[in-house]
Design a protein around this ligand. Structure first.
Ligand code: VGL
Ligand code: ZN
Length: 197
């Protein structure tokens, strides 16, 4: 069984949003078309409390620097996807009715969660693996925002868990912070993720 996992197609990652990804909204029609084709369909939603540790303002620092957290380095972001705000809502054009499951992540103040499978400590499970196994899923296709953070981390976790993993690059857009897109693609390829256009 093949699952489509749509990562974080939310207002704050689209043009005009708090952590806008260039051309982020361009993925919406492609993702909508793909939502028609898969038997198992999951949307993820980045969903942070206002006091989240990944927000630069909560450290009185500028965005895009890196700090050390107990679980490793953490990039500081502009405040984004705050629970219940319009920025955290899905892009209004996304065909959310097609989703079987909406999985929220990043809701613990003291730990970020880029991946749909594990939080950034690489230990705390989101529950998605068990859900997919229970539905008989063995392969996953990933799309959404952003290619070099939440999509890549999800893809790497998924291969590590033994799923066959494809990332459809034409239905993703990247933040590309200091070469992070090239680095993420290299890592994904090396791990056995199929990058498809
Ligand atoms: C993301 C940075 C912070 C993403 C989420 O969806 O790629 N990036 N939170
Ligand atoms: Zn986030």
């Amino acid at each position: 069984m093949d699952a489509l996992i749509v990562i974080d197609v939310q207002n704050d990652f689209c043009p005009g949003g708090a952590l806008a990804v260039t051309d982020g909204d361009a993925v919406v029609p492609r993702v909508n078309a793909m939502l028609e084709e898969f038997p198992v369909r999951v949307l993820t939603q980045d969903w942070h409390p206002a006091n989240h540790l990944s927000f630069a303002e909560n450290h009185a620092m500028e965005p895009y620097g890196t700090i050390q957290m107990p679980y490793g380095p953490q990039v500081l972001w502009p405040a984004h996807c705050v629970q219940g705000t319009n920025g955290a809502a899905f892009h209004p054009g996304l065909a959310t009715d097609k989703a079987d499951l909406i999985l929220r992540k990043g809701f613990r103040a003291a730990i970020d969660s880029y991946s749909a499978f594990y939080e950034n400590d690489q230990k705390t499970s989101t529950g998605l693996e068990a859900y997919l196994r229970a539905r008989g899923v063995s392969s996953v296709t990933l799309v959404g925002l952003a290619t070099d953070f939440c999509v890549a981390w999800s893809a790497l976790d998924a291969v590590g868990l033994g799923f066959d993993v494809t990332v459809r690059m034409d239905a993703c857009r990247a933040i590309d912070l200091n070469g992070s897109l090239a680095a993420a693609c290299e890592k994904m390829r090396a791990a056995g993720v199929v990058l498809e256009d």
